[in-house]
Design a protein around this ligand. Structure first.
Ligand SMILES: [Zn+2]
Length: 402
């Protein structure tokens, strides 16, 4: 099995390097936005969009021309990669089966990042020494930026695939993606479990285990709102405004960190204990995007729904699914996704589907046979049953329902 992992380190940049990095990510943003504008105008005029090869040719012209010659002062590979990524985003957006969000323009200061796709160009010196033989911080060589020191917090295992440099909350980090070939792992457990992702609980398993919701956002929400009100009273782009803005960014970051830590704990525990995990194949974006609706079709129950949206995003469902996916794969298990239709309304005893079966958020009571259970556990059991059904007859899946 090919094991792909990423490690992230904090860069110890000099002011000069910060300037170079800011300029380089600015160029990447410029290339993305300009190429996106071109593609959009092509679409508006009813022509097909340009291919990656055509866009790359445009980039060469820009870099060699006068108007956008500043692009040539920054590394070219990350700029080409932005075009490749845009090309990919368009393909995903026009995917008939599972269309993704249409690519959007990038804003300054928001997700500032660039990727070096070619590992050949990257060098890493893990044990540099000064003239007197004293150990220095490890450093990484980034084309057009130079040798940048970093804080090595964990080991880099495997061959480097690519490197991404990004800015968040006032400092720069580098993410190094690696891969290495390892023998196929065998999962120590043989159990399968279904999971119901809910609002009251983050996740309820078919064996009755419940993981509490991640309320990091809600806990810090009042504070965030207060700080945001303060921001609104400040003169835009003034020194005070910038300071306040940075404070809000840090608050957002803290919330994201807490959420991520909790999701890591939950996904590690589940992937260690169970070889197969079945979840609903929910399209989180569809569920969270619909509250307000459009001018022609205003959304219903906007207030309740936006409350639900907030808790769905709070939970970081997409992230949990992703973490479970790769952790199970590393451990030799698997994640199964099943159709979510009616999993909360089916009675596992008699099989009758009735919206009235789910009496309240927590109670399941079958109107037909009288079966009673915790509503989320019940849903998780239905999800598990559906998952096992879908794999019935497949070789290599022999599990016991937990
Ligand atoms: Zn029943």
């Amino acid at each position: 099995m090919m094991l792909r992992k990423a490690v992230r380190y904090r860069l110890e940049t000099t002011p000069e390097q910060e300037h170079l990095l800011s300029r380089a990510v600015g160029c990447v943003r410029f290339v993305w936005n300009r190429a996106l504008a071109i593609q959009k105008s092509y679409l508006e005029h009813g022509c097909g969009i340009l291919s990656y090869v055509d866009l790359a040719k445009c980039l060469t012209t820009w870099r060699n021309g006068e108007s956008f010659g500043f692009l040539s002062e920054s590394p070219v590979h990350p700029q080409q990669w932005a075009l490749k990524f845009l090309d990919r985003a368009f393909k995903d957006a026009f995917d008939k089966k599972n269309p993704k969000r249409f690519p959007v323009f990038k804003k300054k200061g928001l997700h500032d990042s660039m990727r070096y796709p070619d590992p050949e160009q990257i060098k890493i010196d893990l044990k540099p020494q000064d003239a007197d033989g004293r150990r220095l911080l490890p450093k990484i060589f980034l084309p057009r930026i130079g040798w940048v020191k970093f804080r090595k917090s964990c080991i880099i295992g495997g061959e480097i695939r690519n490197v991404t440099v990004s800015r968040s909350g006032g400092h720069w980090t580098v993410a190094i993606q690696t891969e290495k070939e390892i023998p196929d792992p065998v999962h120590p457990s043989t159990t399968a479990v279904g999971g119901d992702r809910g609002v009251a609980n983050l996740l309820t398993l078919s064996d009755g285990t419940m993981f509490l919701p991640v309320t990091a956002y809600r806990d810090l929400q009042n504070r965030l709102a207060r700080e945001q009100r303060k921001l609104a009273h400040k003169v835009k782009f003034s020194a005070n405004w910038k300071q306040q803005k940075a404070k809000i960014t840090r608050l957002h970051q803290r919330i994201a960190e807490i959420r991520k830590t909790v999701l890591h704990q939950v996904s590690t525990a589940i992937s260690k204990n169970h070889a197969v995990v079945v979840l609903e194949d929910l399209k989180v974006r569809n569920m969270t995007g619909s509250a307000r609706g459009t001018v022609e079709q205003p959304g219903r129950n906007v207030r309740q729904k936006s409350g639900l949206n907030k808790s769905i995003l709070d939970q970081g469902w997409g992230m949990l699914k992703q973490m479970l996916g790769y952790k199970l794969q590393w451990a030799g298990g698997m994640l199964l996704l099943v159709d979510p239709a009616y999993t909360s309304q089916i009675c596992p005893v008699c099989g009758v589907v009735d919206a009235g079966n789910r009496k309240t958020q927590a109670e399941f009571h079958c109107l037909h046979c009288g079966h009673e259970a915790h509503a989320d556990v019940n849903a998780a059991r239905n999800i598990l049953a559906r998952g096992l059904q879908s794999t019935a007859g497949h070789a290599g899946v022999a599990c016991f329902a937990a």
